[in-house]
Write a new protein. Sequence first.
Length: 271
Amino acid sequence: MQELDLSVSALLDDLAERLGPLFPRSETRARALRYIQGLLSQCERKNSWHLAEWLGDATPDGVQYLLDRARWDADVARDILRQWVIDTLGSPEGVLVLDETGFTKKGQHSAGVQRQYSGTAGRIENSQIGVFLLYASPAGHAFLDRALYLPKSWTLDRERCRRAGIPDDVEFASKPELARRMLECAMDQDIPAAWVTGDSVYDGNRSLRLWLEERSQPFVLEVACNESLWWQSFHYTRADEIAAALPDDAWQTLSAGSGSKGERWFCDSQR
């Protein structure tokens, strides 16, 4: 197993102390820490076989036991990790980021799988969709929360859900609703955040925007060009019509950082 640098090692020691009570058995507790080290490593593929090899194990049995059969509460672990992020990365300049990721699958039995658009693949694929909440600040960035999107084709078929281990009380929730639940958990834990941001999957949901406004939480969310918004009156106006009505000097060009195709430029309006 490769060694992590000293600064990361110190952070992991702190994290291990916080997570330790989740794992009554010392073997499982040690396995969990090593698994986290593997996830943070340069191991190219983070599946059971490759992580086991990186950890120096002959088989993936130990990793699979931790993820499939060991008794520990994933939501409690999430809460501990969220507090750890607040303590180590928290900043008044922090940003809560909503995004989703598709996981391509070949079969039909993985929870939530169906043919649906996957941003990872860039097309409609047989896949699972996960909704994620991330945190970014001048000190770094990290995942905060996750939720598996279950399409109605699943939640309306309770027997199929039972076969996949989905409890009977889990009902359909849209991606924006899943996002709102995760945001609420994070905000109730007093995570410092100047902004919430996300793409049009989330800002296209008016109730999510209104909920953020009710909490006096500033947000910058992408909207579709045909989204109707209040502007200069109580009458709705399309977003593209608002943009076209603004004078040239109302815009400034900013960089969102370098991407695979070079600098990513976008225009921002202060009005």
